[in-house]
Design a protein around this ligand. Structure first.
Ligand SMILES: Nc1ncnc2c1ncn2[C@@H]1O[C@H](COP(=O)(O)OP(=O)(O)O)[C@@H](O)[C@H]1O
Ligand SMILES: [Mg+2]
Length: 282
């Protein structure tokens, strides 16, 4: 097979994916989308590829280049809809809740007063998140009414219009860890705990990876979440409450997995390519 890897920055993950494709005996075509010109009105010469693994860090690069590849006839993993839907935390929560996947109780308001109404129903602490973003950036916790108002004030004065969509969520009181599970085409190849003293356990913020054992309930939640979001290759964040309930926090369509490979010893890049080849529509 001839497999493209679309990327903007080369992280450990992109190198691992390129290596895995070669080791499995396929040809790899690296596509640094940030350095390319794409024609919308004529072919761009990628039609010989069997599929493309989308790895752009930038959401807009990932989504835009995927649109071009797909419309010009090449399958991309993850596909356009999956990348768009997972990036949008509002849409993800809505979609999962509708399909009876446990998610934290969440409201959205476009006004300060609306946020206070949501807070009255949910109580404090509360979590306020940008609907787009990652690495825990600007995910904020309001411990009381005053801090909620301060967070909303900051958001209202920011330039980005999407920050004025206020996504307000119950805070899940959890042990000092969260779960990051991987979903590859209906399978759950690995999971880690992200252990941290901070309530935000993102690895980018110092969360430490420890291998996690998944029970059947968790595996079911991960499988159902992956299926509903339409993946592909996904990283699913799960919060656990102290009384043992699980809540899906968000789904990542271009997941990082370096630390998971390090602590589990599992070759996730290879698994990703093997399962993609097996599952991609011929
Ligand atoms: N409702 C919540 N209750 C408790 N902790 C949360 C909640 N939502 C997010 N977190 C913490 O904040 C981190 C970042 O939030 P997340 O929704 O995953 O955004 P990001 O896309 O920036 O990673 C999570 O990994 C988790 O540790
Ligand atoms: Mg996250």
């Amino acid at each position: 097979m001839k497999i493209g890897v679309a990327y903007d920055f080369v992280r450990w993950e992109e190198r691992a994916i390129i290596d895995a494709i070669k080791k499995l005996g396929h040809d790899v075509v690296p596509l640094q989308v940030s350095k390319k010109v794409f024609w919308l009105t004529e072919p761009n010469g990628y039609s010989g590829l069997d599929f493309i693994i989308q790895r752009c860090v930038s959401f807009y690069r990932a989504l835009s280049s995927t649109a071009i590849f797909e419309e010009q006839g090449i399958q991309v993993v993850n596909n356009f809809n999956v990348i768009r839907d997972c990036e949008d935390k509002l849409y993800t929560t809505l979609k999962l809740a509708k399909n009876n996947i446990p998610v934290p109780r969440t409201g959205v308001s476009f006004s300060r007063d609306g946020c206070l109404d949501i807070a009255e129903k949910l109580g404090y602490p509360l979590v306020v998140k940008p609907i787009y973003g990652s690495w825990g950036r600007m995910v904020s916790r309001a411990l009381d009414r005053d801090s909620l108002l301060e967070i909303i004030e900051f958001r209202e004065y920011m330039q980005s219009p999407y920050l004025k969509v206020h996504y307000v969520q119950e805070y899940i009181d959890k042990p000092s860890r969260d779960i990051r599970a991987f979903y590859f085409w209906g399978e759950v190849p690995a999971a880690i705990y992200r252990v941290s003293n901070s309530w935000k356990t993102n690895t980018a913020l110092g969360g430490v990876a420890v291998e996690a054992e998944l029970n059947n309930e968790l595996i079911e939640i991960v499988k159902k979440t992956g299926y509903i979001m339409g993946g592909g290759v996904l990283g699913i964040d799960i919060l656990e409450s102290r009384d043992g309930r699980y809540f899906v926090s968000e789904v990542n369509a271009v997941p990082e997995f370096r630390n998971t490979v390090r602590v589990t010893g599992k070759d996730l890049a290879r698994k990703m390519i093997e399962l993609t080849i097996k599952n991609i529509k011929k």
